[in-house]
Design a protein. Sequence first.
Length: 279
Amino acid sequence: MELIELLQYTFFQHALLGSLFASIACGIIGTYIVTRRLVFISGGITHASFGGIGIGLYAGVSPILSAAVFSVLSAFGVEWLSKRSDMREDSAIAVFWTFGMAVGIIFSFLAPGFTPDLSSYLFGNILTITQSDIWMLAILSGVLTLFFSIFLRPILAIAFDREFARSQRMPVAAFEYMLMMFIALTIVSCLRMVGIVLAISLLTLPQMTANLFTHNFKRIIWLSILLGYASCIGGLFLSYSLQVPSGASIIFVSILIYTGAKTGKILLCRQRKKSATGI
């Protein structure tokens, strides 16, 4: 009965709607991240976004807007530095990861007045999501859906074999920069939900779970969206029941789903082996 009453509250309706659009955006771009093995780079961009939040708090502008600009620039910086012969990719990521965190901490302390919502950017609180946040997620998920629908073939080629994509005279560099921008924007859009500390999990755990059942790129996207939304709904109700932060609850449910799916697959494979050998 309490759960039914909970659905009548506007803030919870916003949370469910925001979760849906976030699941779509993360399901699409997260599949590219996992396929292309960009998890570490995405983690670096996630933590670098804290620099933009600190600057936003100091300058008195929207922290999400400043974080978006800072994250996109950091993503382009990582992409550019990692392609240089005198800089390893992991070193480039470490530069922007630590630089963003340092800038964020400095400007957060220099910001005038008290900043009570700083912890929500670090750990997330989807129950504080606003209509503007929902619109941002809706527009981003729509743009990603359109972009991947139109350019799925070159995206697949770049994700699985960049050299083949180059041999087909595809604009690999342009696509990589564009996709890095989408990764940065998706991360920033999800900061309200799960925060900087846990944002990367929303882009990887549903995809890892989906990959247990299929290796088809399109199917992974669809399964990731469904699993991501299921994790969000489960996490929201767990957060309400235990009175704990929603961001951590969502990721906790995601891990439980992955663990259950992995365990189930292992047991199923063992059972099939036993049946095949007649034991």
